[in-house]
Design a protein around this ligand. Structure first.
Ligand SMILES: [Fe+2]
Ligand SMILES: [Fe+2]
Length: 356
């Protein structure tokens, strides 16, 4: 356990087994304006320090019982903010040097010259005050950095939330334009995250997958109402224009750095597992996994949502339909995991997005 020095005073503890030495040193220090207490052994010093931690310990080296060297080690371990000056006989200078290498701040050779001792104490206290100021500065700095980091994270979260809300508003507008019932994009985004988690996709990729699913048809902004809302079958040339929406979406979003990882779904959500899809006619695992997952979800939600010209299909029928397209339009591995998810989980998301 580390004990902090008693605040606000420069009290000094003198440790020596010789009462006369303790007395001389203590009187000398008091004359120089310091408050001073004494201990006759290392053990006594240590127990005194636990109630009142001194700024400086002045300790003899050779004492009966535990030595001054032992006391030095205890002080440095338990009270690192307390300075230690060793008192040493003329023939003990080697042990004094040893003490310096173990954290002592200075040493004084006996017989004691009180003026010299007072100067050593003043020096040690000055160094100690600088160290304490430095530590306090460091602590303040750390607290300030922590506070600023917290503020920054909160601001980033607010920024992220407003980005997300802006994107949701954008796709809600798109959904409202195309479908009578809204929230298709919001719903497929949540469905896609559910299936991606079940597929064991990395947690870090999930927000990108969610955004890709949310924005999958953003390219339809570039398709005219005449084609997009046409109640009859599209002509071949209209289909050609309609099939451009993944690339239009890609071109809209590719300039936005934070949406870049979401582009796989936007560009490839109309590929087919066995080929023949658009825009790149990719096959099998050449189609990015997020797009292969999304293709199942988009079809599932389209089938289970009312359209002006037909009623929504019940979930059970949609599951059968997806199974029928397994290995043709859809990746069999994705379909297998999709089928393993309880229907109640799809219902919960559907309920949530329909109510919004
Ligand atoms: Fe699409
Ligand atoms: Fe869609």
């Amino acid at each position: 356990m580390i004990i902090k020095p008693t605040a606000g005073d420069d009290n000094i503890l003198v440790v020596d087994d010789e009462p006369s030495v303790r007395d001389i040193v203590c009187r000398g220090l008091i004359l120089h304006g310091y408050s001073c207490s004494t201990a006759g052994s290392s053990q006594e010093a240590l127990s005194t320090m636990k109630t009142k931690t001194p700024a400086v310990v002045i300790s003899d080296i050779n004492m009966p019982g535990q030595s001054g060297f032992w006391l030095l080690q205890q002080v440095k371990k338990q009270m690192p903010d307390t300075s230690v000056i060793m008192l040493t006989a003329i023939d003990e200078t080697q042990s004094a040097v040893n003490c310096l290498t173990h954290g002592a701040d200075d040493y004084i050779v006996k017989p004691i010259n009180l003026k010299e001792l007072a100067l050593a104490v003043a020096r040690v206290l000055e160094k100690r005050n600088l160290l304490l100021e430095n530590k306090a500065y460091q602590r303040n700095l750390e607290a300030l950095v922590e506070e600023r980091t917290h503020d920054l994270n909160r601001a980033l979260q607010q920024l992220k939330d407003s980005y997300d809300m802006t994107l949701q508003a954008l796709v809600a507008g798109l959904d409202a334009r195309e479908h009578e019932t809204g929230n298709h994009s919001q719903r497929v985004s949540m469905y896609t995250v559910l299936l991606s988690k079940a597929m064991g996709m990395n947690g870090k990729s999930l927000p990108h997958i969610a955004k890709g699913a949310l924005l999958h048809d953003i390219g339809k902004l570039g398709i005219s109402d005449k084609i997009l809302l046409k109640p009859a079958k599209l002509t071949a040339s209209e289909w050609k224009l309609m099939r451009r929406h993944p690339e239009i979406g890609y071109n809209i979003l590719k300039r936005v750095d934070f949406l870049f990882p979401a582009l796989d779904i936007v560009l490839h959500h109309h590929e087919r597992y066995t080929g023949g899809g658009y825009p790149s006619d990719l096959k099998g695992e050449d189609i990015p996994i997020s797009a292969r997952i999304f293709m199942v979800i988009d079809a599932f939600d389209t089938m289970t949502t009312d359209r002006p010209y037909r009623k929504a299909m019940p979930f059970e029928k949609a599951f059968k339909e997806i199974d029928r397209c397994n290995g043709k339009q859809f990746d069999p591995e994705v379909v297998k995991i999709f089928m393993g998810i309880p229907a109640s989980e799809w219902h919960n998301i559907r309920q949530f997005t329909v109510m919004r």
